[in-house]
Design a protein around this ligand. Structure first.
Ligand code: SF4
Ligand code: SF4
Ligand code: SF4
Length: 329
């Protein structure tokens, strides 16, 4: 019994010594990361979208994704939401008589849904095995199925509900848009932008796309302008068309610390399914909390302190018992 008591007292003494010796460094709040200078992305302009869903079909073809049926006849690929087999979806907003496109009242509008390629992605921050990574040059948030352990932390962490798990497979993986990075080596780019007939989905450097988005919202509704198609810096495929009614808001410029996929709309973004998000990423907040707790070994020392307190109390209890003649001889 003496041995056990000495051991516990030793633990207490060591804990106290470590606590005294440890000097916690000042904890700095981690800033939200910015987009890389050459970040790549998409600009989706809902006022140009005609809802043809060519982008959805091209995305499936480019990524070898199986169709998903929501009708009894199983004739058409009709996914109702993004999934591990549908990385890009066009959703529709409807109100009242649906007479006017891009009008909130008695109108209708489209909105595209896919990975936003956040400047500071929480899926990357949450992944314990670095299966989700952000390229330091292009900023593309990529997924490595070989590294993935299927924990689905990324699914929970994403504020846009984008990474989806293959629940129908015993060795399920995550599915999400990787900006068609596998097509670049053949001179291609995002399939959704390549096929979009109106340029509603446009591919390019995020900085160029942001400048183009700001140019558009500054134009007078009804005036004529040229809209590029395909890639913003590629061969000229532009056409002239009247300017729609834009909200004075480029979604993704600031939301969540900025995203590489940007959006324009005539209908309030929260009405077309885009979440209201602060200008900081939750990755910055959670990593700051994590580093505050573990910085300078504060959390482990606190845990050791609590364990020490419990051990000390038990040793006292034992001593008291021994003193009462009920304990060891
Ligand atoms: S291909 Fe272009 S116009 Fe057609 S649904 Fe997609 S974004 Fe809209
Ligand atoms: S939208 Fe979601 S999955 Fe895509 S980069 Fe941002 S956090 Fe990750
Ligand atoms: S960039 Fe490629 S993977 Fe992403 S939504 Fe477009 S077609 Fe699909």
């Amino acid at each position: 019994m003496d041995t056990r008591r000495h051991f516990l007292k030793g633990v207490l003494a060591s804990g106290a010594a470590i606590t005294t010796a440890a000097v916690a460094p000042p904890v700095c709040a981690r800033e939200t990361h910015n987009r890389p200078a050459d970040a790549l992305g998409l600009l989706y302009d809902a006022t140009l979208c005609v809802g043809c869903k060519a982008c959805l079909t091209a995305c499936k073809t480019a990524n070898g994704l199986a169709p998903e049926f929501s009708t009894a006849d199983h004739l058409w690929d009709t996914p109702l939401d993004t999934s591990a087999y549908t990385f890009n979806l066009i959703k529709m907003y409807r109100n009242g008589t649906m007479e006017t496109k891009d009008a909130e009242v008695n109108g209708y509008a489209f909105m595209q849904t896919s990975c936003m390629h956040c400047a500071d992605p929480s899926c990357v921050s949450a992944c314990p095995v670095s299966a989700m990574t952000k390229d330091p040059v292009t900023g593309i948030v990529a997924y490595d199925p070989d590294a993935c352990v299927g924990c689905r932390y990324c699914v929970v962490a994403c504020p846009f509900g984008i990474p989806k798990y293959q629940y129908d497979s015993p060795t399920g993986k995550i599915g999400k848009c990787e900006l068609c990075r596998h097509r670049y080596k053949d001179g291609h780019y995002s399939a959704c932008a390549e096929v979009c007939p109106t340029g509603a989905t446009l591919y390019g450097k995020s900085s160029d796309l942001l400048a183009e988005a700001k140019r558009r919202i500054a134009l007078k509704p009804g005036s004529l302008t040229r809209y590029p198609r395909g890639r913003i810096s590629g061969p000229d495929q532009s056409y002239e068309a009247p300017v729609g009614k834009y909200l004075q808001h480029v979604y993704g410029e600031k939301e969540y610390g900025g995203t590489q996929v940007l959006k324009l709309s005539g209908v309030a973004f929260d009405k077309v399914g885009m979440p209201n998000l602060p200008p900081t990423s939750s990755a910055a907040t959670s990593e700051t909390i994590q580093h505050s707790l573990y910085g300078g070994m504060l959390m482990p020392i606190a845990v050791l302190g609590v364990l020490g307190f419990i051990a000390k109390r038990n040793v006292h209890d034992e001593d008291d018992s021994a003193g009462n003649g009920k304990g060891e001889k």
